[in-house]
Design a protein around this ligand. Sequence first.
Ligand code: SF4
Length: 348
Amino acid sequence: MDLFELETWLREKNSAQLEKLWRQADHVRAHSVGNAVHLRGLLEISNHCSRECQYCGIHVGRKDLERYRMTRPEIEQCIHQLVDFGYGTVVLQAGEDPGIIPSSIEDLVTWIKGNTYLAVTLSLGERPLEVLRRWKQAGADRYLLRIETTDQALLDSIHPGRPYGSRMDTLDRLSQLGYEVGSGIMVGIPGQTYEMVAKDIQWFKDMDLDMIGIGPFIPHKDTPLSDTLSRVTSKKEQVSGTETMVNKVIALSRIACPEANIPATTALASINTKFGREKALSHGANVVMPNVTPKVYRVLYDIYPGKACISETADVCHSCIKKRIRSIGREIGSGPGSRKKVISSNLN
Ligand code: SF4
């Protein structure tokens, strides 16, 4: 699809037309990555962060938030639990926490790879090349680094002190180091236009991303972007952060990147607690990330308000998510659920 077609779909309001888009995305999903929904146990190991991202509830300027950093025994206990649940991947996530020293992650990854069959995904922000290399050599399989928007002016305005190029460079390095690379965007950022989102989808394809996370922008009252309206210059061009819009982006991303792993994000489940995940799974997604963070900490990982599954335990999330997946006729994936690249044969 070219830019014009992508933009046209993003503006589409006719439900019969949209039904065609949902069907096409679901067909591509079934044909390319199958019926299995892969479960990744999400462990939020620290809510410390040195960054000032204007939309994020755990940014460095948030002085009222109690901060935590999980201990190694706590992390190991959660990992044993997600192995018992039968998950194929652990996602170790944190803010850009300078208190997480590289060797502690190196040791942890080495321990996970030596004691479990789990694939390891890291989501620990922008890190120097040497650190990313050490973590890869320790056995880390994947790295998630959300770009949020590929529009340089918008990205710079919501990420003070973090130049556009540094995140792009880190994504390139991750790929060169042999990680499976994940990125993604928020939909509905104040100032974000249809054209920008269409370009983001083209960028997913150009980058040949292995994982693509797409969620709504949800304003947090304790962030500079709480006052969203002051940033919107053109209501006509402003993309909304509604569930339908996010699902359009998921569907178009699935069509553009058939083999990518695309999660039904917790943020989507937060704006439709009843069926948010099921809808995303029916519109192109094939991954769910149940939260295995201890209850006492997950409430403090306050990146946006109204986060789904905040007061449930890992056990409750586990059985709830399995039930939801089966209720729409899909099956639970087994193994790591890595991206399978279709290698086109070229005999020349
Ligand atoms: S988005 Fe990530 S890097 Fe930015 S403030 Fe939040 S946790 Fe930190």
